[in-house]
Design a protein around this ligand. Structure first.
Ligand SMILES: [Zn+2]
Length: 768
């Protein structure tokens, strides 16, 4: 898996004519102290940070990538282990106290894969094969690693169940819940059918889940050139985009129930761990699934009969898109080896001096689906350069206050497994010691993207002011701000971007290794990376390799260097701060916007259902029904009741008050000269553990592994975050009573968070 690239913004901007303000490259005497630092410690911190940011070398980044992506290195492959050992050696060479932690996890690999189109005649029994899918990505002469056939995993979806099914085909667009509403309207059912869905608009694991819920017996997922192929740009190897035979591997486990090793939910997959039996694993798909290329999808889509769907359903293959069902049948067969495989997490530490029992953790995964130059090595190489940078500073006499831990995770691709098992094994220590976790994954050319805990929104903004964009020489913060002004669709939005001191960061859903830290253990987390200027179509294919990356992405590795500078600065700022740089007014204000969204969501549901009921009564649907292209009228539904959001409003008011109290206490404290000398150990511990106040041991309804009450991946989106998930998802699923109950539960969490922040503010005031 990887982050679905959602930087703060993705559109490009024209910078000609903008006066380029230099970033703060020298420390002016009158500069405001860094947040969390006294004037004196701020000055020394800034000097060390400048030295830190001077270390990363683009030549090194390139050399690491060439080595780490030289061979396929998926979970269970010899190269996966060798890469882990190589990274560990590098960490040691840089001066980190390093070891490897290993787990044994379920990782199925394909034994049989077959997709064919059968013409079974009028009798339905005398079947002739009309087309057999190739299911093969050809090697290319100009791309030297694309021919490592014997070491490449074939195209498949991990954690599809075994299956052998033959049935008519139905096209379901992206295969998300609203697509099935449209199918119902068109009078087409997927019951007993095999569905074909295109990639996009959800995490891939959602597609077979929703298909099975509607009675389908098999699922194909293909890359349509509209999202991923020639419609976007010239295809590889002439251009960056997905060629016709390229297919997207990836996990389809139901990770929104729990990520990590499917056999050991909630506990580490150690040698003697108690394991579920395969038949009892809830996250394995209910139906067989296989990803295919658009070359393989085209004859299947051309076989569909039935209605022509609305424009939003049509891709860019040269055919008339129809919904189906097909008159011919599709035969889908998949069979897997259901083996346990060893995985290797690399953990490297730099011990802290005065506050060594507080840990700042930084990570990226090292495993890939195939060679994985972009995903994940483009991020992993920055991690290596960061570790080297800290090593260089140690030689120059710098020592961190807090312990810094660099991690290279294994088995992220099949389901965030390496990081999840590690967090599950060390949960208790982490809750006591972890300050924050900063993740990255794939990296590319463009804008800084950041998502995460809103108590760290100020930190990541502050850091972005101090990193230079390699193309424009603006700070990466300024460039992002200007890009957001360009992309804003209303005057209000533009006004906010211009006047708010911090750019907003998005909430974390799922898609990379922050999941277990944030949503299971309640550790404040950030996910950072650059991107947005280059597209591409090699994601999870054999073409994601060194040749592609060095021709079509961050070819001179200057954004790799920017990521190393950004990540290491954030780590250092957390590791050396006098008072940990958490900030609460941004958080409180953001939660307030979430509550507003919930109210709006209910109102929209009321209006939508009310309007539809009215149209049913008026006979609108009968009147517009075209007998030659019939549609099915919806059924009347009861209009959602009014719900009481007052507990949330009250809690947010308290939260806002407490955040202001902390801000004031901080301002008073930081105005005093002895700020840095204050004995702040217990205060910092309280700050580090703040995020845990936002979790509940019981977890979210129906998925107790997810304990965070503010952020979770959506059960029907996968990647995308659902904020205040217990309430929001109940509203979306029209479970009104459950929504109202959840309002009370979440309000209680926010109330106690407000009390907690007030207590921390009091503690801060008492320091002086
Ligand atoms: Zn990745």
């Amino acid at each position: 898996m990887k982050i679905t690239y959602r930087p703060w913004i993705v559109s490009g901007i024209l910078l000609a004519g903008i006066s380029l303000a230099p970033i703060r490259s020298h420390v002016a005497a009158d500069d405001k102290p860094l947040y969390g630092y006294s004037a004196e410690s701020s000055q020394s911190e800034r000097q060390w940070e400048e030295k830190l940011r001077a270390v990363p070398s683009t030549d090194n980044l390139r050399a690491y990538m060439e080595h780490l992506s030289a061979k396929p290195h998926h979970v269970g492959s010899p190269r996966d282990k060798e890469n882990a050992e190589w990274i560990a050696e590098k960490f040691k060479e840089f001066g980190l106290d390093t070891h490897i932690e290993s787990y044994d996890v379920l990782f199925p690999t394909p034994k049989e894969r077959q997709v064919e189109l059968l013409d079974c005649g009028a009798s339905g029994t005398n079947c002739q094969t009309k087309f057999t899918a190739k299911l093969e990505e050809p090697s290319l002469p100009e791309d030297p690693t694309s021919n490592q056939k014997s070491e490449q995993l074939p195209t498949f979806n991990a954690y599809s169940r075994d299956g052998d099914v033959t049935a008519p085909l139905v096209y379901v667009n992206y295969g998300i819940p609203e697509d099935y509403e449209q199918l119902e309207k068109l009078g087409v059912s997927v019951k007993g059918a095999i569905v074909i869905s295109r990639y996009g608009h959800s995490w891939r694991g959602i597609k077979p889940k929703v298909a099975a819920e509607h009675g389908a017996i098999g699922c194909l997922i293909y890359s349509d050139p509209h999202e991923d192929g020639y419609f976007r740009g010239e295809t590889f190897p002439g251009g960056a985009y997905r060629p016709k035979d390229g297919a997207q591997r990836g996990s389809v486990a139901d990770d929104p129930i729990y990520p990590g090793d499917p056999l050991t939910p909630g506990v580490a997959a150690t040698k003697n761990a108690k394991r579920l039996e395969l038949k009892d694993v809830p996250v394995i798909t209910k139906i067989p699934v296989l990803p295919i290329s658009y070359a393989d999808a085209q004859p299947l889509l051309a076989s569909l009969a039935g209605p022509v769907p609305p424009a939003g359903w049509r891709g860019n293959l040269p055919l008339t898109y129809r919904v189906g069902p097909s008159t011919m049948k599709v035969h889908l067969k998949v069979k897997f080896n259901w083996d346990l495989k060893p995985i290797y997490d690399v953990i490297g530490k730099i011990p802290g001096t005065t506050d060594g029992d507080q840990w700042v953790i930084r990570g990226n995964h090292h495993d890939a689906w195939v060679n994985g130059a972009e995903d994940p090595i483009s991020g992993q190489v920055a991690i290596l350069e960061e570790a080297r940078s800290f090593g260089e500073l140690l030689k120059q006499g710098w020592k961190p206050k807090r312990t810094i831990i660099y991690c290279a995770w294994d088995a992220e691709e099949p389901g965030l497994i390496g990081s999840t098992e590690w967090v599950e094994e060390h949960g208790e220590e982490l809750r006591l010691h972890a300050v924050a976790y900063i993740n990255s994954d794939s990296n590319a050319r463009g804008y800084l993207g950041a998502e995460g805990s809103h108590t760290l929104e100020k930190l990541v903004n502050d850091v972005a002011h101090d990193v230079q964009d390699p193309e424009t020489k603006l700070s990466v913060w300024k460039r992002e701000q200007l890009a957001e002004i360009e992309a804003a669709s209303t005057a209000e939005e533009r006004q906010e971007v211009r006047s708010r001191s911090d750019l907003r960061i998005g909430a974390l859903g799922s898609g990379s290794d922050y999941g277990a830290f944030l949503q299971h253990a309640g550790i404040a987390s950030l996910n950072i990376g650059y991107g947005g200027e280059d597209g591409g179509g090699i994601y999870h294919s054999i073409y994601d390799d060194f040749y592609w990356y060095t021709h079509f992405s961050d070819v001179d590795f200057v954004y790799g260097r920017a990521l190393a500078q950004t990540g290491s600065t954030a780590v250092m700022r957390l590791a050396d701060a006098d008072i940990l740089p958490f900030e609460f007014t941004n958080f409180a204000e953001t939660v307030q916007t979430y509550v507003k969204e919930l109210k709006k969501l209910l109102k929209e549901k009321q209006e939508e259902i009310g309007e539809r009921n009215r149209e049913i009564e008026e006979g609108v649907f009968e009147a517009v029904n075209d007998p030659r292209h019939p549609t099915v009228a919806p059924k009347a539904e009861s209009v959602p009741p009014f719900l009481n959001f007052a507990p949330l409003d009250n809690a947010v008011a308290e939260l806002t008050k407490s955040a202001e109290a902390y801000k004031k206490a901080y301002e008073v404290a930081s105005a005093k000269a002895d700020f840095g000398k204050a004995s702040a150990a217990t205060l910092n511990l309280l700050l580090a553990q703040n995020e845990q106040q936002l979790t509940r041991e019981e977890g979210l309804p129906g998925r107790p592994w997810f304990k965070h009450e503010i952020y979770a991946p959506g059960q029907y989106t996968g990647y995308e975050a659902k904020t205040l998930p217990a309430v929001r998802e109940a509203l979306e699923l029209k479970h009104w009573k459950q929504a109202e109950d959840a309002v009370v539960v979440v309000a209680k969490v926010l109330q106690s968070e407000a009390e907690y922040i007030s207590a921390v503010a009091a503690k801060l005031s008492a320091l002086h």
